[in-house]
Ligand binder design. Structure first.
Ligand SMILES: [Zn+2]
Length: 407
């Protein structure tokens, strides 16, 4: 179950291997709860005594608890079911975008507690850090009955150095090498973990307890908002590259003569398919023109545009259909480069999927190099699932379980 990197692994000393078994047990309880000790032993392929010993440790540490009694098998006594104890700790997820910043509180299982809140993003990182700290403290005060906060996960629309806690380059925010993690942690007094938005989304898909998640082959998460981010998973492991900056398909050019991109170059895929690109097309605005990108803060949003398109407005539909075609052409490059088993797409544009899917598919088929490339599975993650916030939460919740697939 656990993947071992042949170039970088620790020899499993007695203590270490027990720690791994404990993490595997904890994850199996998380994925299969409610579960009996006997079923846990079966899933782990260990003797029942071994499983019971691990369970006793996890019970002692308060990580799991015993709940309702199950059905007795034969004449044996009725087994008790085991559950993850997610009651005493909560997690805060933060999704920073160029236009707005979103906050969500969940339990340790990633289950949403209360509504998502949001505010307009101030691109001055110090001002934003202070405002975030103030709002997170307020949210935690509102949810103080759900227990202590285990950590704050922050999804950032840019390239991130998670070890140093710095944002290396966030084009849509205009940030280069800014410190975010430590000032935020210091202001709130709770650990903070930051990661690129699309990588966080890809990690959350790996960590999900949903049974339809793929564990074999490659997958790509495409997150479309003010910009476009992609997180690539190769054989169950997030592709990070040497500096954690791998997988920036959003800045691969679709045409070198194309519109100006947030990164300063022209013709990047992002400059054709981001929400800002779609809105610009609708307004007849040329992104190549210098000046502030006031479309980001306009009161007319991509949701408004999609609603008009659904109502039959030709101008909205035209802008959306162009985005759909460029989306498919860019996806073809990803398929040609990665050959994934599945592509996930998240973002507001997914609410228009029934309108645009045929155009996306045609463009994908047009530019993929094999017939099966054109039929690559595309899995739309509904906007109401808040994939970026779920990704931010997974940054804290997944390591708490040391999920074998994510570690
Ligand atoms: Zn770019």
């Amino acid at each position: 179950m656990r993947k071992i990197n042949p170039h970088d692994f620790k020899v499993a000393r007695r203590g270490t291997s027990r720690e791994i078994n404990r993490q595997i047990a904890l994850n199996l309880v998380r994925a299969h709860q409610p579960i009996s000790r006997a079923d846990l032993a079966l899933l782990m392929n260990v003797r029942r005594g071994v499983a019971s010993l691990l369970v006793s440790e996890l019970l002692d540490e308060g990580l799991i608890f015993e709940g309702a009694l199950g059905e007795a098998v034969g004449r044996g006594r009725r087994p008790t079911f085991l559950y993850i104890d997610s009651r005493q700790r909560c997690v805060v997820g933060v999704d920073i975008r160029a236009s707005r910043t979103y906050i969500l509180v969940t339990d340790l299982m990633g289950r949403q507690l209360g509504a998502v809140s949001s505010f307009q993003t101030n691109k001055d990182v110090e001002v934003l850090t202070q405002e975030l700290a103030r709002r997170i403290k307020q949210v935690l005060a509102d949810y103080k009955d759900v227990g202590a906060c285990a950590g704050i996960g922050v999804a950032v629309p840019g390239m991130v150095d998670p070890a140093g806690g710095r944002v290396l380059h966030a084009p849509t925010l205009g940030w280069r090498d800014v410190s975010l993690r430590d000032p935020l942690a210091a202001a709130i007094g709770i650990p903070v973990h930051i990661e690129n938005s699309a990588k966080a989304c890809a990690l959350a898909q790996l960590w999900t307890t949903r049974r339809d998640v793929i564990t074999a082959g490659h997958s790509v998460f495409v997150s479309i908002s003010d910009g476009v981010g992609t997180g690539v998973v190769v054989n169950g492991e997030l592709m990070r590259g040497r500096h954690n900056t791998a997988g920036e398909f959003g800045h691969v050019p679709l045409s070198i003569d194309g519109p100006r991109c947030s990164c300063g170059a022209t013709g990047c895929w992002e400059s054709y398919v981001s929400n800002i690109a779609t809105l610009s097309r609708y307004f007849g605005r040329d992104l190549s023109e210098p000046g502030p990108r006031d479309i980001e803060t306009s009161t007319f949003t991509i949701e408004d545009l999609i609603a008009r398109a659904r109502a039959g407005d030709a101008k909205s539909l035209g802008a959306l259909n162009s985005t759909a075609r460029y989306l498919g052409l860019g996806l073809a490059s990803i398929v040609n480069a990665i050959d994934p088993a599945r592509i996930y797409i998240g973002g507001e544009i997914t609410t228009a999927w029934s309108l645009i899917e045929p155009i996306v598919r045609n463009a994908l088929r047009e530019r993929t190099l094999t017939e099966f490339g054109g039929t690559t599975e595309i899995h739309v993650v509904p906007a109401e699932e808040h994939p970026r916030l779920r990704g931010a939460v997974a940054l804290i919740a997944a390591p708490a379980f040391a999920a074998p697939m994510v570690a």
